[in-house]
Design a binder for this molecule. Sequence first.
Ligand code: 9MR
Ligand code: 9MR
Length: 608
Amino acid sequence: MKLLPTRMRVLAVPAIAALTIGAADDAGPAIRLNQIGFLPETAKRAVVPSDSTVPLRWRVLDEHGKTAAEGRTTVVGADPASGDNVHLVSFDRVTKPGTYRIRISDQTSRAFAVRPGLYAPLAFAALNFFYQNRAGIPIEARYAGGAQWARPAGHPSETATCFRGADERGTLWPGCSYTLDVTGGWYDAGDQGKYLVNGGISLWTLQNLYERQAASGRFTFADGRARLPEAGNGINDLLDEARWEMRFLLAMQIPDGVRTEVPVGPLPSDDPLTLRTVDAGGMAHQKVADRNWTPLPTPPHKDTEDRLLYPPTTGATLNLAATAAQCARIWRSVDPAFAVTCLAAAKRAYRAAVRNPQVYATNSFTGSGGYGDNDLSDELYWATAELWATTGEAVYGDALRAMPARSAPAAEPNWGNVAALGTITLATTPGIPQAEAASARAALVAAADGFLAETERSGYRIPYATLDYPWGSNSSILNRAMMLGVAHGLTGDARYRAGVVDAMDYLLGRNPLDQSYVSGFGARPLMNPHHRFWAHQLDPSLPGPPPGVVSGGPNSTSMSDPVAMTMKGKCAPQRCWKDEITAYALNEVAINWNAPLLWVAAYLDGGA
Ligand code: 9MR
Ligand code: 9MR
């Protein structure tokens, strides 16, 4: 990778090392750190772009200008992910609550806080994102944090039938003779599609956070603490939010006895596809979404497109099986009737997926995203693990023991690779037999060790050393942080917690763009995400994002939107990002990205 010129101005006095620190420019002071600050007892690090080859003197100054700590930077050197030469400042020993700045040579950082409770507002805001993206219910000012975010219900009674006719590749779909009432759930992202694949990982993450809090007894979102219509109903607010999505997933399940035409087996590359009739009872539709892409902006209540059910897939069905199984064990003690509903749906979905194991999403419809995945072995493993953890039934344990995914090294999860979700469940749910629990724990700790090793190769010191930044890279980093949090819980080893802090520091400003990727948090927060309602940049009468929304982040590998296209080949991976609403490959928001933000913020707040 070629080193690219950085945006900083380097003073041309190389003989005097202390002067070669990058100067402030429009990106702010050249000392990069978490813009919301630090908890008293965690790792504290800043990164300084500088070409100096010798350590630089730093001082941390308190609010009176007195030196609270001092030392010399560690020279890290050239960092291909950012294109910067960097130094590291470590000031863990500043633990006294207060407001500080870092001074290096003639540069002074922004003021930052050291204080307990720093992450609670972020955790609540990240949860509120899900309320704000609810379909089928009016978004009210009192819950949304202000009148600007209120809107009438989007798709308030969404009774949909199946797509019928020719798709983009000429395959002819038969439609169906039924409708499903699929009102509710969360919109996926900047678009208003509602997808089972992606709904699944997002819902799992909220439910998992609840399970961890139930196990520890420290509930961040005890009933009445969050801003939600359901607050005060006697049920934990995080569970209320999760149930909003769970009910939608349940509604997407096909009634028993339905036979439908779908592609069966690996998808050929030539179109149109040949469809075969299968027993689809218990399968789930891939998505309900607009027939055509709506323009930006389109507030949800102004969407005039047809809303259609798209063909059932094995992937969607396994997402339903996994999350409904998890739902069943969580709700057993809270609302037993809902738990029974979830378990019945999970088992029915699982049977349907086993009967139809290779019905893949074709990615051939306009108007919504594809979420196509041609390897469902990890989804099967995940669903099997969840059902086993919930029921203890031997049929699931036996199936699981026969699966290769079990011993695979654990990568951070994403919508298309969900094995880690099953492994976390096996590692942490009471009742899993010792052998399986131990191997799941070992796999997670090994993965966490791998992430920490990557920190050592990362200039900005994050547990993510790739030079190929994918679509939604911020969520890859957050999901790694979640796994590090799990490893911390399993081992008690503080190094894993420090890794979580490193990841969050990057998200909140310790990056080459000096950018907080989260709206409403930090000195330079996200302002213009790709979203059809938070579209202030295109229409001043619409709001910007509410606080607590994370951008997908730098994307150096699929630079397909109009903004990204102009940057292609010209940015170091961590710089392939722009805060522009039209930059959907760089700057969209999504439920599966905000979910790990919520998980990690709650964890850092002491609640996971
Ligand atoms: O707005 C859409 C966004 O939610 C998706 O992530 C993205 C990729 O599937 O597509 C966006 O929609 C664009 C479409 O793909 C092409 N025409 C312009 C659309 C609006 O930006
Ligand atoms: O998150 C998805 C990413 O992994 C894919 O590369 C990308 C293009 O297919 O699509 C992303 O998912 C989008 C979905 O298709 C539609 N809603 C918005 C999602 C986030 O951009």
